[in-house]
Ligand binder design. Structure first.
Ligand code: ZN
Ligand code: ZN
Length: 101
């Protein structure tokens, strides 16, 4: 099941379940749209993959698979990107389509 992480790993911005700005990689590393476009340039600093918009889990329990039964994560993963360390990975991938990495 997808982890709904509560903040942007890089800047700490709140990214609740209904946020329109949450982006995730396949490992669920979570960043805000601003960090993904301006700082990461669509390269995940942890795995090198691209990002897609995180879906929202239904808050209304029409089925049991809803936010109340499967709440968002509480623990915050805040690990700002160390640009010098990230640079080689970013340069390797930022011109490569995420589907071809
Ligand atoms: Zn951010
Ligand atoms: Zn990642």
């Amino acid at each position: 099941m997808l982890e709904l992480r509560p903040i942007c790993e890089n800047c700490g911005k709140d990214l609740p379940n209904d946020s329109n700005e949450a982006m995730i990689c396949t490992f669920e590393c979570t960043f805000c749209t601003e960090c993904v476009s301006n700082i990461l340039r669509n390269v995940c600093p942890n795995c090198g993959g691209g990002f897609e918009k995180r879906p929202t889990r239904p808050a209304e329990c029409v089925t049991p698979d809803c936010l109340k039964n499967f709440p968002a994560k509480k623990d915050k993963k805040f690990r700002p990107v160390v640009l010098e360390k990230f640079k080689p990975l970013q340069e390797h991938y930022h011109d490569v389509d995420p589907r071809k990495r």
